[in-house]
Design a protein around this ligand. Structure first.
Ligand code: PLP
Length: 271
């Protein structure tokens, strides 16, 4: 966690503002280049700021700076943080709506019921058992809300947006913990998501392989997405690109980039 947890600290807010505007400019520049090359689709990619390792105070600052989407990769950290952010924003006068929480990390099925209490999106759907668990979790959350047993989370009213995470280097991944389904398994997983009550198929997500050219890997993701969209025209999300490969991802047609350290600063080495 950052040592600075005072939400009022104006220096931290100024630092985040500066880093955030640099990242937004990079997205604009990369999208302009993409459009000049008429490579991929015309939209400005959406920014998801990944706030893992950083405190709720930083999420509140980012919210104030206009960030609407934040990402987390561990439920133990994200759950309490989302609750703290929601309380603080609700207490403001007038109340400010909470950010949209994107869960981007590997997810154990037994955590699904926690994640659906705060997340609107899960980027890391990579196996059928997780699809089943997420669907069940959304439906039982809705039952609990209807029974007055719990406060409504975002998927009380809207379906949970699920992205199928693709492993772009399946041969090299015996020791890789980045997760993701084999490209050949994407169609079946997409069908499972689309056929599950409470879930909506948003598209695909990937993390660039450790080795090789990220642009080439992201082009492969784009092709998988194009293929998927023939069957599911609304599943248009391509979530790709982190601090180190944002430009490559946008060039290859990313609709969403997930940026952590270039907005928040270097992560502490140990948690
Ligand atoms: C941490 C994380 C990011 C952001 O990474 P940075 O390199 O800090 O920008 C993006 N996606 C996933 C899945 C992550 O876990």
């Amino acid at each position: 966690m950052s040592t600075d947890t005072n939400p009022q600290d104006p220096r931290r807010t100024a630092e985040l503002a500066q880093r955030l505007s640099a990242v937004r400019q990079r997205i604009l520049d990369a999208a302009r280049q993409r459009d000049e090359q008429r490579a991929h689709g015309g939209e400005l990619p959406s920014l998801v700021v990944v706030t893992k390792f950083f405190p709720a105070a930083d999420v509140l600052r980012l919210r104030e700076l206009g960030v609407r989407a934040v990402g987390e990769n561990k439920d133990q950290e994200a759950g309490p943080k989302a609750a703290e952010v929601a309380r603080a924003l609700h207490a403001q006068e007038p109340p400010v709506s909470p950010p949209v929480w994107h869960f981007v990390g590997q997810l154990q099925s037994n955590k699904a019921k926690h994640v659906v209490r705060y997340a609107s999106w899960v980027h890391s759907v990579d196996r059928a058992s997780l699809v089943t668990a997420l669907g069940r979790a959304v439906r039982s959350h809705r039952d609990a809300v209807a029974a007055g047993e719990t406060a409504p989370g975002p998927c009380a009213e809207s379906d949970l947006t699920c992205l199928v995470q693709v492993n772009l280097d399946p041969e090299a991944s015996a020791h890789d913990t980045r997760g993701g389904a084999h490209p050949d398994a994407v169609a079946d997983l997409a069908r499972a998501v689309a056929g599950t009550e409470g879930l909506q198929l948003g598209g695909v997500m990937a993390v660039a392989p450790r080795e090789g050219d990220p642009r080439a890997a992201f082009e492969k993701l784009w092709e998988i997405s194009q293929h998927l969209q023939r069957e599911y025209p609304r599943a248009r999300v391509v979530s790709a690109g982190m601090s180190g490969d944002l430009e490559a991802a946008v060039a290859a047609g990313a609709t969403h980039v997930r940026i952590g350290s270039d907005v928040l600063g270097p992560r502490p080495a140990v948690r």
